[in-house]
Unconditional design. Structure first.
Length: 279
């Protein structure tokens, strides 16, 4: 029973859970590195999940005590995050504690923890929300389709929508968000591919990504492959910058609303503006 725990107690407990999670992930990553075949590692939980079970104060205490940065726990460890919305939100008739001895939450608490868990991952560059708008089989297929996209296999894709925003008024207090600074550098490539590197900065930490976009094929499919890279690799790749391009700097504001993941882009340079909404 953790209800009587102090913020310090909770910080210690959750830090140990995160360390156990990282140890397990590191074991599987090591084993995967020894395989002669491509390997996909799918984890049922991730380090940022612990934030859903802590106050903001406990979370800050833990980060300070362990010397962890959000960019390391959220961005550098995971290539993609798939959030499957609890059945208690949108498929209540299928939510039960009878088929899982470890599940004790009421539907109300399940919805609360689901919302807090999702918020913990807001800001990840590749977050996908899978809701309960279809059948359970369709939910699983949407997860598989998302994974196909991450690893570069052909799959039916959803068109990303973009809108120019002319003005933003007062921000609703009930919609939480994360803001991240991003620099995009285009690299020289004479093979017909579009290659770029990203630097993402938040809370004093940085995350670096390498991205390759293939040309359209005969049926207009485009594959975008992204992977996390080290700061040293980022610095080395920066030397391959396309001399005919300019580095794009922007601030993004990430948030969720009605089970959709949105990003507001505030462009700073080389030209300030416009504000672009993506989802």
């Amino acid at each position: 029973n953790t209800y009587s725990f102090t913020d310090d107690n909770v910080s210690v407990l959750q830090s140990q859970i995160i360390k156990a999670q990282m140890d397990l992930e590191d074991v599987f990553n090591t084993l995967a590195s020894q395989s002669t075949r491509p390997v996909i590692i799918i984890s049922d939980r991730g380090c940022m999940d612990s934030k859903a079970y802590m106050s903001e104060h406990s979370w800050e205490i833990m980060l300070d005590a362990e010397g962890w940065k959000v960019s390391d726990l959220r961005d550098n460890r995971y290539d993609a995050v798939v959030h499957m919305v609890t059945a208690a939100s949108g498929a209540e008739q299928f939510y039960t504690t009878q088929n899982n001895a470890a599940r004790s939450s009421t539907p109300e608490r399940a919805r609360l923890l689901d919302s807090k868990t999702l918020y913990s991952w807001i800001g990840h560059r590749n977050l996908t929300i899978i809701d309960n708008s279809g059948t359970f089989d369709e939910k699983i297929q949407n997860v598989i389709k998302t994974i196909y996209g991450v690893i570069g296999l052909p799959s039916p894709s959803s068109e990303e929508k973009r809108y120019i925003v002319s003005e933003i008024g007062d921000w609703p207090e009930d919609i939480k968000y994360e803001e991240i600074e991003i620099e995009t550098t285009f690299l020289f490539n004479d093979q017909g591919y579009e290659t770029r590197i990203y630097k993402r900065k938040q809370f004093g930490g940085s995350n670096y990504t390498y991205s390759v976009k293939t040309p359209e094929d005969d049926i207009n499919n485009v594959v975008i492959l992204e992977r996390n890279i080290s700061g040293r690799e980022y610095s080395s790749l920066s030397k391959q910058k396309d001399p005919n391009s300019m580095t794009i700097r922007k601030t993004i504001r990430c948030f969720t609303h009605n089970k959709h993941y949105y990003t507001l882009n505030y462009f700073k340079s080389p030209i300030k503006g416009p504000i672009v909404l993506e989802y």
